[in-house]
Design a protein around this ligand. Structure first.
Ligand SMILES: *Cc1c(COP(=O)(O)O)cnc(C)c1O
Length: 434
């Protein structure tokens, strides 16, 4: 399908340094990802540099884990200072960083308590355990009968229990037997969700915006209605803000944008400033307080290195400056991308500095558009075939965003004019999720 004289990302196009680095990695890693053929060795702010010295604008920001930019000097200083003191104590002892961190994070969220973990999936798993224990001990659900309602199209991580309630065949197939106790209902439909609630329902677990599904934004009254329904029916509302939270959508939490306070916030990704993995469940004492010593834990959870960085992240969010940037620059990005509607773009969905762009599948795949963007110095990632997501670090500038929009326009024009092939050598949409 390659047209003569058109460019495509093939092994032959790669520089020796890039080809060698990819070859080495591919020969000894499990192939559970399908990265773009770029090998990054350096990053500063919104820009990264590859092994050949070529610079790229990072429009993925490690799935929003790098909201504050690569090598953010404040965060690197916090990490460096803590590296020289102590990095790990385990929770068998106290450390002097955990207390200040949980106090600051609980304050930011307006809640009583924080359960620190490491990865997003662990925060989700922890919330499932907490909701079940709350159901048996507080709500009075019969033993082993608790159910949790989730939404179709969800992405909450990769563990066995979490993939048990995914609808994505790539995430699920061949990984059974699955964990029971979950019911999935259409996303955005509050009525369907209420219909699914019965006396055994302990929680609703929801992404305020479905990021991996392609920045799917529910109706404005959806979360407020879920809040009203869950309160009335004595069911916990758990907001997975692992990707939507911590500034991305122009607020500390996407829930803030719709005037909703959930029972539990799940945080991760940007909480570690792109430096360390750290996640958290944040909620009030009547819920998080159900956990007793010995019932849950993590060797690295709450370690002083991660909490020192996490505390610096919370302090940065405390000023509101990053949320304001995301709102202001989000409008620049959204306006720019909207001009491409009808020019190869069929739909645009935006919340703060988070934009989902549906490419006309007749023109090219999302993967192909990302390959061509890469050649032009912009890194982005496709999701679910024909959608690309732009989520640059919040430290990006308006000029950077204009550059990204210009490159996207050029890629779409090249494709429409037939100057580049609409397919790459290795069309493949697997492993496009974090
Ligand atoms: C990334 C993500 C997770 C999982 O986080 P990991 O750190 O990859 O385990 C969970 N929920 C949402 C909404 C996410 O975007």
């Amino acid at each position: 399908m390659l047209h003569p004289g058109t460019s495509s990302v093939t092994a032959g196009d790669l520089t020796p340094a890039t080809a060698a680095a990819i070859e080495l990695e591919e020969s000894h890693t499990a192939h559970n990802y399908h990265p773009l053929p770029v090998v990054i060795s350096h990053g500063e702010g919104a820009w990264v540099t590859d092994v050949d010295g070529k610079r790229y604008l990072d429009c993925l920001a490690a799935y929003s884990a790098v909201n504050f930019g690569h090598s953010n000097p404040v965060l690197v200083d916090a990490a460096r200072a803590q590296l020289e003191k102590i990095t790990l104590t385990s929770r068998a002892f106290h450390n002097d960083q955990l207390g200040p961190f949980v106090t600051a994070l609980a304050g930011l969220a307006g809640k009583d308590m924080v359960l620190p973990m490491n990865t997003g999936a662990e925060a989700v798993e922890s919330a499932i355990k907490i909701a079940r224990a709350w159901g048996y001990r507080v709500k009075g659900v019969e033993p082993d009968k608790a159910t949790i309602i989730v939404a179709d199209g969800n992405f909450h991580g990769r563990t066995i229990s979490i993939i048990s309630f995914s609808n994505d065949p790539d995430a699920r197939n061949d990984f059974g037997p699955y964990t029971p106790g979950f019911i999935s209902v259409p996303y955005g439909d509050a009525h369907a969700l209420e219909e699914a609630i019965d006396e055994n329902t302990v929680a609703v677990l929801i992404e305020p915006i479905q990021g991996e599904a392609g920045i799917v934004i529910p109706p404005a009254d959806y979360l407020p209605r879920l809040r009203e329904i869950t309160k009335r029916r004595n069911v916990l509302l758990i907001a997975d803000e692992i990707q939507s939270g911590l500034g991305r959508t122009g607020a500390t939490f996407q829930c803030d944008n719709v005037g909703v306070v959930p029972d539990l916030y799940l945080l991760g990704k940007a909480l570690g400033g792109g430096i360390v993995p750290i996640s958290a469940v944040v909620g009030d004492a009547d819920i998080l307080g159900v956990l007793k010593p010995g019932e849950h834990g993590s060797t690295f959870g709450g370690n002083p290195l991660a909490t020192a960085v996490g505390h610096a992240v919370v302090r940065m969010l405390g000023s509101g400056e990053y949320q304001e940037r995301a709102r202001r620059l989000g409008r620049v990005l959204e306006d720019g991308v909207r001009q491409m509607l009808g020019r190869g773009v069929v739909d645009v969905r935006a919340a703060g500095l988070w934009v989902g762009i549906d490419i006309d599948p007749q023109l090219a795949s999302g993967r192909r558009v990302c390959e061509l963007l890469m050649e032009r110095g912009v890194l982005a990632k496709d999701t679910h075939g024909s959608t690309i997501r732009l989520a640059p670090p919040l430290v990006v500038t308006a000029e950077d965003l204009e550059f990204a929009v210009e490159q996207l326009g050029a890629v779409l024009d090249e494709l429409a004019a037939g100057r580049v092939s609409p397919v790459s050598e290795e069309e493949d949409t697997a492993a496009d999720l974090p």
